[in-house]
Ligand binder design. Structure first.
Ligand code: FES
Length: 346
């Protein structure tokens, strides 16, 4: 098993210290980048390390690590080459770029060349459709690529070169990139670069300007308000709207009951959608307990279920799922499951 270095442990403590003491689990994302910076991927040892330093269990860490594609679950090459094959790039030749690289490198999706240098993957939209087809190397962009330029980039990388991406800083290895993503400065020369938006991204703005189109009342210099200021403004707007409401009209006098009528009672129309009715039947009040949640007692006499204390529920769940220190992932404790089931059936 990998033993993480003292420097990594020191950095882990620094990351955790960035968050409030009772919110340390928020440090999980940068911590996963941190372990990836040491091993090149999030190994089982990396998962255990994160669980240990955050007091979580391995299943909780694994659930996050497997959700985000930037966390690699098996050894990955020095350079992760991602080719966008989503709709826009695809119609512009993205698939051809991917196929050419796959054939040249002799690897498929999420596979690494034998020299450990390049991992190839096809990617969903890389959020640069205006530069399509695009590919990234360790998340730095190469815009408007074709098969030949893509081949040139990977060959230069395999030969030990560091080609300059179209935008951003010079390329670094995946491990070096993971250090940055964990929130630590990269001190190398040219490791960080910035730049304004390119002309393709500004095309819509230019057209709007040419045609005199503007959004009425939009002031790009409007300062961004703090949350307290925004809350206060919302409260004032609400109070103003309440004050402007017309007073409710007096209830009209009911007509005298018609005796002897044979007309059937007519119910008020129910204009709720079937989905809303179903949701209300399942959970009459979002503030009340969820009927099928373990530990929730659903009364059978029609009384509304008692609200469940969220903190107590969380504490009970944590107690039933000990952290990774004991080597067991969540859900392995059959006793806890039985207790939950019994509680739910009471
Ligand atoms: S479709 Fe390729 S970047 Fe959006």
């Amino acid at each position: 098993m990998t033993v993480f270095t003292e420097q990594t442990r020191e950095r882990a403590r620094e990351i955790i210290a960035r968050y409030p003491a009772d919110r340390s689990r928020s440090a999980l994302l940068p911590l996963l980048h941190l372990v990836q910076s040491e091993e090149g991927y999030v190994s089982p040892a990396g998962v255990e390390f994160c669980a240990e330093v955050l007091g979580l269990n391995k299943a909780q860490v694994g659930a996050v690590a497997t959700f985000y594609t930037m966390y690699k679950r098996k050894p990955t090459g020095d350079f992760l080459v991602s080719v966008c094959t989503n709709t826009m790039c695809n119609v512009l030749g993205g698939q051809q770029v991917y196929d050419t690289l796959a054939e040249h490198l002799g690897v498929g999706h999420d596979e690494t060349t034998a020299d450990g240098k390049i991992t190839l993957e096809h990617a969903e939209c890389l959020a640069a459709c205006d530069y399509g087809p695009v590919m990234t190397v360790n998340y730095d962009f190469f815009d408007n690529v074709d098969a030949q330029t893509a081949l040139g980039v990977v060959e230069e990388l395999r030969a030990g070169g560091r080609p300059m991406p179209t935008r951003g800083a010079r390329l670094c290895t995946l491990k070096e990139m993971a250090v940055q993503l964990a929130g630590f400065a990269d001190e190398r020369d040219g490791a960080v670069a910035d730049g304004g938006p390119g002309e393709p991204s500004l095309r819509g703005l230019r057209l709007a300007e040419q045609h005199g189109i503007s959004v009425s009342g939009f002031d790009p210099n409007t300062p961004i308000r703090s949350k307290a200021e925004a809350d206060q403004a919302a409260a004032e707007a609400k109070a103003k709207a309440e004050a402007a409401k017309p007073a409710p009209a007096a209830e009209p006098a009911r007509p005298a009951a018609v005796t002897g009528s044979t007309a059937p009672d007519v119910k008020a129309p129910d204009d709720k959608s079937p989905q809303v009715r179903t949701a209300e039947t399942r959970q009459p009040d979002a503030g009340t307990a969820v009927p099928d949640a373990p530990g929730t007692k659903v009364p059978t006499d029609g009384a509304p279920p008692a609200p469940r204390d969220a903190q107590a529920a969380e504490a009970a769940g944590a107690a039933a799922n000990p952290p990774a220190g004991d080597g067991k992932p969540a859900g392995d404790d059959a006793g806890a499951q039985q207790r939950n089931l019994k509680e739910a059936q009471k």
